[in-house]
Design a protein around this ligand. Structure first.
Ligand code: AN0
Ligand code: CP
Length: 317
């Protein structure tokens, strides 16, 4: 595997799930595969889970790991070509990328949507340059439009906890004070459809996601109706995708917060969220602390999804 952005990079998802189970049963099973190989993890944005779980995954495989927080200690990077670099940016990404590639065997990149230009974000400008110029396999650790390590972990979590062959999964928008990317809901929708689940997406008007990721899902503006009979409720905030409002917060409607009353509409659904989560905005204390909350095992599965992905990349070196 040379890139990891979407479920198709993994091929058959049931095979990938079995590989995940095999690794979960003994996460050190392939601990010599990464001997003398180096993973470079590059963060343009903050992270707790991705940073720790991906390092842990690399260590499970016997790899060496280098973590770089680009905004803390590295030179400020110019990303646009053709710019006269007379400002505060000391180095261009076009030199920095091949240099970084020369010190490692695989590269993970976290680079959120910037909300400056939808076209730039949705063509994955930063990640694509890493793929093109690093000479290394590259995986997204949440890039402008996708968060596949999260969605793979979410898929593993649902497979582990589902009570029917084809569960009803509801992805619901929930309120948040700041503008957040669409990467998590984009990937979640894409992976749930690829997994063959019954997916409903609920959001207020104006929060339509890119159809590129939601084909095959039922979409509604009525959250209560969506929650009826749900087996899994996946809450997440995102900002608007629509052209004129791209990256904007259009609503902070607290009637969309996932509460016990909302969960009572479901088929005793499990609650999921990728974390970090703002309590009593996205979800009430009661729901996130309830026995039906999967947020901690879901986060723990990030180590497993990352181990599978790094293993596949090492095998293809
Ligand atoms: C990020 C987001 O919503 O994309 C990361 C989630 C994994 N969340 C925040 O910035 C709070
Ligand atoms: N879920 C997730 O990716 O969390 P971090 O932003 O903390 O890495």
């Amino acid at each position: 595997m040379r890139t990891f952005l979407s479920p198709s990079d993994l091929g058959d998802l049931q095979t990938a799930f079995r590989e995940a189970q095999d690794i979960k049963a003994n996460r050190f099973r392939y601990d010599t595969l990464g001997r003398n190989k180096t993973a470079l993890l590059i963060f343009f944005n903050n992270s707790l889970r991705t940073r720790l779980s991906t390092q842990k995954a690399a260590m499970n495989l016997g790899m060496n790991v280098i973590v770089l927080d680009v905004n803390q200690g590295a030179w400020k990077l110019e990303t646009e070509r053709g710019v006269v670099m007379d400002g505060d940016k000391s180095e261009h990404l076009l030199e920095a990328i091949p240099v970084m590639g020369s010190y490692c065997d695989v590269i993970g990149v976290r680079s959120f949507a910037r909300f400056e230009n939808r076209e730039d974000d949705y063509t994955e400008q930063i990640l694509r340059q890493f793929i093109q110029y690093s000479g290394r396999p590259v995986f997204s650790m949440e890039s402008a439009t996708v968060h596949p390590l999260q969605a793979f972990a979410d898929f593993i979590t649902i497979e582990e906890h589902k009570r029917t062959a084809r569960p009803k999964v509801v992805l619901t928008w929930a309120p948040h004070p700041k503008a957040l990317p669409q990467a998590v809901p984009n990937s979640f929708a894409e992976w749930m459809v690829a997994a063959g689940y019954d997916l409903t997406i609920a959001h207020p008007e104006g929060y339509e996601l890119s159809e590129q990721f939601t084909q095959g899902a039922r979409i509604t503006h009525n959250q209560d109706e969506a929650l009826e009979g749900a087996d899994f409720v996946y809450a997440k905030n995102w900002s608007a995708y629509a052209t004129l409002n791209y990256g904007k917060v259009l609503s902070k409607d607290m009637s969309w917060t996932i509460s016990s009353e909302k969960m009572a509409l479901t088929n005793d659904a499990a609650f999921m969220h990728c974390l970090p989560v703002r309590r009593n905005m996205i979800v009430t204390d009661e729901v996130i602390e309830s026995p039906r909350s999967l947020v901690i095992p879901e986060a723990a599965n990030r180590e497993i999804s990352a181990t599978v992905v790094l293993k596949r990349m090492l095998e293809a070196l």
